[in-house]
Structure formats: C-alpha cells, structure tokens
Write a protein that binds this ligand. Structure first.
Ligand code: ADP
Ligand code: MG
Length: 253
C-alpha cells in the first residue's frame, strides 16, 4: 500500500523542503520506494536533490496544466529508490491558470493516481501559501506532516492551516488525516526551544513526533551541493535525526 504525504505549512522557512528531501532520502535508504513531488515554484526540493532545473524537460507545471503523463516527468536521483517530479519557476503561473480549469483542485490527485502503485511513499513539498497548489496537495494526500519551527510565535498561523485542512476534509478529501507535527530547528542552548516544545505538545498532543530536528549546519549546507544530508554527510547529527524520523514515520504505517 502506498501513502501520499503532504509537507505543509504556509509559513516560509520552517523546514518543509529540508524535511521533504531528507525524510524522502531517509526512507529510500531504508529500502522504501519514494517519489518526491515538488509543487513549490521555488523548486528547492528539485535543486536539493541535484536536479539542474535548466535541464528539466517536463515539470509539475506540465502535469497540472498541459496534461503531461507524470511518468514522463519523473527523474531519478543519486539515491536508489528516490525519484522526483521536479518544479521550475514555470509553476509560478499555475495558480492563476488553474483558476479557470474544471476540477482544478483534483489535478494532482488524478495525476498521482497513475503512478501511486510504483511507490511506497509519495512526499509532496508544498509552497508557503494556502493557495490552489497546496489545496491540490492536500486533496491528493492521505495525510499531512506539519513542520513547526522552534521559534517565537511557533503556533501563529496554524489555525489557518488547520482550517484549510478541515475545509479540504469536508469538501474534497474526507480521508485526509494529520500524519504528524514535526518540531524543527531546535536550538538546544536556549530555554525558548523547550517552551515551544511544551506549547506545541499541549496543542497537538500525541501527534507530535518523538524525533525533534535540531539546528545543524550540515543540514543547511547540503542543498547547495545538490544533496540530501544522507549523501552529503551521513555521520552528521542532521543525517541521524532524519533517519530517525524516517523510521518513526514508517512505523506508523
Ligand atoms: P521551507 O521549505 O519551509 O521554506 P526550508 O526547509 O527551505 O524551509 O528551510 C529554510 C532554511 O533553513 C533553509 O536555508 C534550510 O537550509 C535551513 N534549515 C532547515 N532546517 C534546518 C536545520 N535543522 N538546521 C539548520 N538549518 C536548517
Ligand atoms: Mg520550501
């Protein structure tokens, strides 16, 4: 059985892309067949696994707008079992172009249905907004992982996200659930981090992953080398925690 997980939070810089790439890489390292779907026009997941956007023939835009077969957009990465549907800046136009199309919220779901059975996990890296691209992702997904940065105002804006999840459940995808809440970029030297952990746990309770992602310089360096943390520095703390997270997510199968 395959599972489609959207990584969503309309706040930018909370670790969505870092989590998509490294959770995907971790799962693939554990022998799972994983497809990353980059649906953020910034395309950071795409470059983060070493794909040169200038060389991309078909991207997620072509799937959503030009009805290109997803199979013709999927690329392999350096990690065996880790594939990607890339995004390029072309996708920036999709929000507007989708407005006038029929069943615009279902485009991604329909496309992923055709390749779903080839993978154990499909991980969708959402853009930092609650627009039509994120709606498409939540409609296609079985569940959503919400990364939350261990910072001041960590919970700010989450009610909008949860509202959107409820709206999608009610109107488009009754089956959508919250897979888990992931605390990211913890600075263990400050009390603030501990306070945020407590606050988030009070709010989301057992939905919060045991694995907490600390700040780790290697995690921020890896993307500029077009690599996941697993290939960039397998002995780093970053690699250790994302493998731990992969194990934890897989255990909830
Ligand atoms: P989002 O996709 O939510 O916008 P990113 O995953 O791109 O967030 O992360 C924002 C920035 O923070 C990036 O430069 C990334 O490399 C860095 N970053 C993410 N997680 C960590 C971490 N655990 N430790 C250090 N830097 C991180
Ligand atoms: Mg991102």
């Amino acid at each position: 059985m395959s599972k489609i997980i959207a990584i969503a939070n309309q706040k930018g810089g909370v670790g969505k892309t870092t989590t998509s790439v490294n959770l995907g890489a971790g799962m693939a390292t554990m022998g799972k067949r994983v497809l990353l779907v980059d649906i953020d026009p910034q395309g950071n997941t795409t470059s983060g696994v070493g794909v040169n956007k200038a060389d991309v023939a078909n991207c997620i835009y072509d799937i959503l707008i030009n009805e290109v077969n997803p199979q013709d957009a999927i690329l392999h990465t350096q990690i065996e079992g880790l594939h990607i549907v890339p995004a390029t800046i072309q996708l920036a136009g999709a929000e507007i172009e989708l407005v006038s199309t029929i069943s615009r919220e279902l485009k991604l779901k329909k496309a992923l249905n055709t390749v779903k059975n080839n993978y154990d996990y499909i991980i969708i890296d959402c853009p930092p907004s609650l627009g039509i691209l994120t709606i498409n992702s939540l409609t296609a997904a079985d569940s959503v992982i919400i990364p939350i940065q261990c910072e001041y105002y960590a919970l700010e804006g989450l009610s909008q996200l949860l509202n959107t999840v409820r709206l999608v459940q009610k109107n488009l995808n009754p089956h959508l659930s919250i897979e888990g809440v992931l605390l990211t970029m913890l600075d263990a030297r400050t009390n603030l981090g501990i306070q945020v952990i407590e606050e988030v746990k009070k709010y989301f309770q057992e939905k919060v992953y045991r694995t907490i992602i600390p700040r780790n310089v290697r995690l921020s360096e890896a993307p500029s080398h077009g690599q996941s943390i697993i290939t960039y520095d397998s002995r780093s703390k970053g690699a250790e925690v994302y493998l731990e997270l992969a194990k934890e997510v897989i255990s909830y199968e």
